[in-house]
Write a protein that binds this ligand. Sequence first.
Ligand code: HEM
Length: 193
Amino acid sequence: GEESISMPSAIEFTGSERGPWRVTHMEATTGTGLPEVACISVHLRNDNIESLSSASTDVTWRLRGAISNLRYATREEVAILRSLQASLDRPAATSAALIPIKKSQAWWDLAQDERRAIFEEDSQHTMIGLRYLPAIARRLHHSRDLGEPFDFLTWFEFAPEHEADFEALLKDLRSTREWTFVEREVDIRLSRS
Ligand code: HEM
């Protein structure tokens, strides 16, 4: 249950020439992309966003987010997620994806219960996602309240043999009604040795 129950954390993804995660593919799925980079680094802090290292200057771009509370998952869904999900940093999970997403104003103009209904009752986001656990490990970061260009920075880790599963998961999610509210999405695939 790492979706932060008690300790909010700040995260920063930086794109540059060097770093632990090598970019294997990068593509703008919807809207404007991001400048191409060779590598991505992940900086995680346990206190707050102000403490993130902005010391290194030779980065092409930086994206910041927060590990926040859950917005839509019900108690029952949280219980199932916790029982199935794998943690990040598994040695075999040498593939990853960073997918920054921005939703439209129409989405944010909806009330919370309307968003939940589209997210799950209609689009079945959680039910679809559960089929891919524990192979795909995930963490959601919220950026919207930080005045960032994206609303969410989604992060996934998996073993290379589950690449096809990850593609299937994306195909399923991108065909939902929820995704009609996505106005910007960049798909960045990564590999580490
Ligand atoms: C939110 C599950 C894959 C993008 C959520 C939430 C759950 C979930 C439970 C709601 C969190 C809350 O209550 O606030 C899963 C599972 C997946 C998966 C089990 C399987 C690996 C993905 C993928 C993407 C994605 C592949 C992107 C391509 C998002 C986004 C949100 C979200 C953007 C935030 C939606 C919003 O607050 O409007 N996911 N997800 N998820 N997920 Fe997924």
